[in-house]
Ligand binder design. Structure first.
Ligand code: FES
Length: 362
């Protein structure tokens, strides 16, 4: 396996560590360590996740891919070594990122995968290290880590080395509190550049919106912006939300914090708190009712109407929809006073009741 680049073996490892160190140092110089409310559990989860991914999970996947490849299709080993590195790089990166888009999106839309991915969203502060807080099983099943290993088996190690460096630069940069794009957004001269760039790669503003706690701020969309390196997939599949502002609140709504061991080792370790969705026996039950609910609204205020029908704070969203294909509907009240909001969730005029519930009562 030839993974030398510019005569240096394992250049990707040094450069990825260098990228992490660079963003970490910049965050420190910007006073992050003084402002942070991170607990020791957060640090353990992120540093431990990084260590486990680099030292245990990735080598295990590479070993498994080489074993499987050697047994099933030994004739293809190193077949890509004849190809140009540029061609392998483009093909590998596009396939890698498309797979990661769908894996990440599925982790928001399917309950089991969501439980493996939610530690990543429990971080209430952004930072260079939070890319590494997911359950161990999330990484073990990540299709693009397997893809990387197979590309190396096929002889594309050089392209993988370059791709990993570029990808980590974008991913760590989009999670960091060093928002390199906000400087460029502020100056009109960079507008044309940013308009093109944000349509190609993931910028901090684009990804921070994905980590925002609630759509209520009109900036965040925790159920959108799933891309990792390229934003083209979100545009193609209709999940892109462009913003040049940053959320003030990050994390998950109504999130009971679990011990990091439960978050990292789920489903082997369950949370003690019965309110946690990774505790044993936790269920999300329907709270939709055939009748509408009357609520007092304030003119000009923004509200999130629950569309999944499982909120414990009906008719409003409380975040229970995570791990499903639903997301709340953001609306601004046009008047102050009592309003009849739908709670059967089959209205065609959401969030308002259009008497569709009468069909249910027939
Ligand atoms: S709880 Fe958010 S949409 Fe139902």
């Amino acid at each position: 396996m030839d993974n030398t680049l510019f005569g240096i073996e394992n250049l990707d490892v040094y450069l990825v560590l260098g990228i992490l160190a660079f963003f970490g140092l910049m965050e420190m110089l910007a006073g992050y360590l003084k402002r942070t409310n991170r607990t020791s559990g957060d640090w353990i989860q992120e540093a431990g996740g990084f260590f486990m991914l680099s030292v245990v999970i990735k080598p295990l996947i590479v070993f498994s891919a080489f074993t499987i490849g050697g047994l099933l299709f030994p004739q293809y080993q190193n077949i890509l070594s004849e190809w140009s590195v540029g061609l392998v790089l483009i093909s590998y990166l596009l396939i890698d990122d498309l797979m990661q888009y769908w894996y990440h999106r599925s982790a928001h839309e399917y309950e089991f995968l969501w439980k493996l991915h939610r530690p990543h969203h429990q971080a209430e502060e952004m930072g260079f290290f939070i890319s590494y807080r997911n359950a161990a099983l999330y990484y073990l099943m990540m299709p693009n880590i397997w893809w990387i290993a197979f590309v190396v088996f096929l002889g594309g190690a050089k392209a993988v080395v370059i791709g990993l460096i570029l990808k980590q630069l974008v991913i760590i940069g989009s999670h960091s509190t060093i928002k390199w794009d906000s400087f460029l957004y502020k100056h009109k001269i960079f507008n044309p550049l940013m308009s093109v760039l944000e349509r190609i790669i993931i910028t901090p503003a684009f990804h921070h919106a994905h980590h925002g706690k609630s759509m209520q701020d009109s900036i965040s969309d925790p159920n959108g912006n799933f891309g990792n390196m390229f934003s083209i997939w979100d545009q193609i599949f209709g999940t892109a939300k462009y913003t040049r502002k940053f959320p003030t609140d990050y994390g998950i709504m109504n999130d009971p914090k679990e011990h990091w061991t439960a978050a990292y080792f789920y489903p082997l370790v369950a949370a003690d708190d019965p309110k946690s969705e990774i505790s044993r026996g936790y269920q999300k039950n329907s709270t939709a009712t055939p009748e509408p609910i009357f609520v007092e609204l304030e003119k000009g205020e923004k509200y999130l109407w629950c569309q999944c029908g499982k909120s414990k704070n009906q008719p409003f969203c409380d975040g229970t929809h995570h791990g499903s294909k639903f997301k709340p509907l953001l609306f601004e009240s046009k008047k102050t006073g009592k309003v009849k909001l739908c709670n059967c969730k089959i209205t065609k005029k959401g969030p308002f009741c259009d008497n569709s519930h009468l069909d249910l009562l027939k």
